[in-house]
Ligand binder design. Structure first.
Ligand code: ZN
Length: 239
């Protein structure tokens, strides 16, 4: 098995080195070379790097979005035309047809995308990459925001493996939780602005808690939800 892997890695490493531009982010290359299976292309090396660093990708994607603002007239709404069908997905104005910036701009953060999906023009191309519509970092951030439970290990590590509610040691059955529940973010959407609102999907609003603490928190939230008048909210959207 390891002979097969060694041979494969020798071949892919040669391929990667041939395809590598003269300028390439050093941490990405170091990460690629440390993989049990070396990624075969510079683009895959970058994807692998961000996949392995979801919290860093989250922070970067929010910082990039923070360089701009929501387009004039845009509001967070659910529905067709590129909008999300659930308030559980983060709002993304530039993914909506009416506000799309077109090739060369990231549909998550709205900033220009450069060679290999990188967020900075390391190569001095002087223009965005017209074939790209996402930053590699924003792909990883988008996945993380939509399904943070996939990154439970990274989040546990950040909390030194202690339950964020009780302070006790996190058990195997512990779960990822949004401190401020997303239904509340949706309900209070008039008070938030994009891009700052993205923090509710990112690490600042995520915690890992033990299952018993999570059950108690969810019950309290359900009680708070039921106590509100339902008339102003569509039950379809809240489901
Ligand atoms: Zn982006």
């Amino acid at each position: 098995m390891s002979t097969w892997r060694d041979e494969r890695n020798r071949a892919t490493l040669a391929r990667l080195r041939r395809a590598l531009p003269a300028i390439f982010p050093a941490p990405v290359l170091a990460h690629a070379l440390s993989r049990p299976l070396v990624p075969a292309t510079p683009r895959r090396a970058i994807e692998s790097y961000w996949r392995a660093h979801p919290l860093r990708a989250d922070q970067l994607a929010r910082a990039l979005a923070g360089l701009g603002q929501a387009p004039d007239g845009w509001e967070w709404r659910l529905g067709p035309e590129g909008r999300s069908t659930s308030f559980r997905a983060p709002p993304a104005p530039f993914r909506e047809k009416a506000y799309a910036l077109g090739p060369g701009h990231c549909c998550v953060c709205g900033q220009p995308v450069f060679r290999l999906g990188w967020h900075r023009d390391l190569w001095g191309d002087g223009k965005p990459n017209r074939n790209a519509g996402w930053h590699s970092a924003c792909v990883a951030a988008w996945r993380f925001w939509n399904d943070p439970s996939q990154q439970v290990q990274a989040l546990k590590k950040r909390q030194a493996r202690r339950c964020a509610q009780s302070g006790r040691r996190l058990l195997k059955s512990s779960e990822v939780d949004h401190r401020v529940p997303l239904f509340r973010v949706w309900r209070e959407r008039g008070e938030h602005r994009w891009p700052a609102i993205l923090a509710y999907w990112g690490a600042p609003n995520l915690q890992v808690i033990n299952r018993d603490a999570h059950v108690a928190k969810c019950a309290a939230e359900a009680g708070a939800r039921a106590g509100r008048s339902q008339s102003a909210y569509s039950p379809v959207l809240e489901a």
